[in-house]
Write a protein that binds this ligand. Structure first.
Ligand code: TRP
Length: 442
């Protein structure tokens, strides 16, 4: 074990740590999934719950994953084996591998949509004489959606095969700040639209009549999905942290930046939704119908559109890299495959299920694996995984280990140590159990 600790790669800098975890967290979950889920959930009511869950459950669960990952420096399954607890806890590893492959499959489809829109922007098809609804439906029901899914997964393969440090760190460091700047520009643009105040009202004023267990469950699922937690993704990344990484601070920074991007995405989309007289509860198509329309009205719109879809493509890529990493570390460390073989196996599985997901809007509509994977992973598997992880760290894991990891061997002060433990022991397990049960039966 000791030997393995030294052969495993580690992140070089503190910026590298934040940029990569934020790179995993920020992606289509913020820009595509958050707005349509918030739209379905009635806007403000959803938003309130979402923020509550990020603070109360999200940050503690990220810390928990970080602790297990850095303590064991191992993959999702190996980590629980190494901690020598009852075999029961290894179920977290299996849930993680299963759900990461599910998410990778449908996520690659949406990432493929961003490639389509990137290409359409370049050839000048994002202009005011296009019917964006028809354009989107025409594309997603056809075979080109499949083509782009395959292309995306192959690009993903190219990146993951090159390994952790070089591949991830360099890309994330350049990309994240750029994406952030461009989103802020679009927000400013949206705030000048006639529907701006209506959009902001919808997003930020909770309408209490919209509360239902279903909205609660989807806000929870969205919080977990967006933070990349519940399936050991953050655990895997933390296995590359060095001993100086401040776990609590990194968790808070990741959650803060991720939430900020989601809120900015909302500010960018909802004013436009109301300006164009569209329905906020449009579903998964929302972003792809609203944004092209915004771009078509901006000066030099084609350039903005090209830039945006390219950045979004990169943001998706840094998220799929993190999902792939779960299975890759599992296959290389438990299955003793070489890294390249593991990357190929993981890509092959995603290609198979991703193709079925890509055709879920056209030829395979009756099966609709896309919706199935999308809903089951976020609303069932991630919360179950998160619940088990918090129970494990709160109740089973040796308290000394937890303390040592959170305080870097007593070398840093952790201001909310007790609160984090309290959330992991009581708040998270109880809330997650209630929400899962009520959300699934309600
Ligand atoms: N959080 C990412 C997003 O918002 C998606 C993601 C990456 C993810 N890794 C994950 C979701 C692990 C759940 C689990 O786009």
């Amino acid at each position: 074990m000791v030997e393995k600790k030294h052969t495993r790669a580690q992140f070089a800098t503190r910026l590298g740590v934040i940029a990569t975890t934020v790179g995993s967290a920020v992606g289509l979950g913020n820009m595509w999934r958050f707005p349509y889920e918030a739209g379905n959930g009635g806007g403000g009511a959803f938003m309130l719950l979402y923020i509550l869950f990020i603070l109360l459950l999200g940050i503690p669960v990220i810390c928990a994953e970080f602790v297990i990952g850095r303590e064991t420096r191992s993959n999702v399954l190996g980590a629980f084996k190494q901690l020598k607890t009852s075999r029961f806890w290894q179920i977290i590893g299996y849930i993680g591998i299963l759900s990461s492959l599910m998410i990778l499959s449908f996520y690659s489809v949406v990432a493929g949509w961003t490639i389509e829109y990137f290409v359409q922007s370049i050839v000048g098809n994002i202009s005011s004489d296009v019917n964006f609804h028809e354009q989107f439906v025409g594309f997603t029901t056809g075979w080109r959606a499949l083509l782009w899914t395959v292309v995306f997964l192959l690009i993903n393969l190219l990146v993951i095969i090159r390994g952790v440090r070089k591949g991830l760190e360099r890309m994330s460091n350049i990309m994240m700040p750029l994406l952030f700047i461009i989103i802020i520009i679009f927000c400013i643009n949206s705030l000048t639209m006639p529907g701006a105040s209506q959009g902001l009202d919808f997003l930020f004023r909770p309408d209490l009549s919209k509360f239902s267990w279903n909205v609660v469950l989807s806000a929870l699922g969205q919080a977990f999905f967006s933070l990349s937690i519940g399936l050991g993704c953050m655990l895997t990344y933390a296995s590359y942290f060095n001993d100086k990484t401040n776990i609590v601070r990194s968790a808070a920074a990741t959650a803060g930046l991720d939430t900020l991007v989601a809120i900015l995405a909302g500010i960018m989309i909802f004013p436009a939704v109301f300006t164009f007289g569209m329905s906020p509860a449009e579903g998964p198509t929302l972003m792809f119908e609203v944004l092209p329309r915004i771009f078509s009205m901006m000066p030099a719109g084609a350039i903005w559109a090209t830039l945006f879809f390219f950045m979004l493509f990169l943001a998706s890529l840094s998220s799929t890299i993190s999902m792939s990493e779960i299975s890759i570390t599992f296959l290389t460390e438990q299955g003793r495959l070489s890294r390249s073989k593991a990357c190929i196996v993981c890509t092959a599985i995603a290609l198979f299920f991703g193709s079925l997901c890509a055709l879920s809007f056209g030829p395979l509509e009756r099966l609709n694996l896309f919706n199935l994977f999308n809903n089951i992973s976020s609303n069932v598997l991630l919360p179950i995984g998160g619940m088990l992880i918090s129970i494990f760290v709160g109740w089973i894991l040796d308290r000394g280990v937890l303390r040592r990891q959170l305080t870097n061997n007593e070398s840093i002060r952790v201001p909310m140590f007790k609160l984090i433990i309290f959330c992991l022991k009581f708040v998270a397990p109880v809330c997650l159990a209630i929400i899962l049960i009520m959300g699934l039966i309600g």
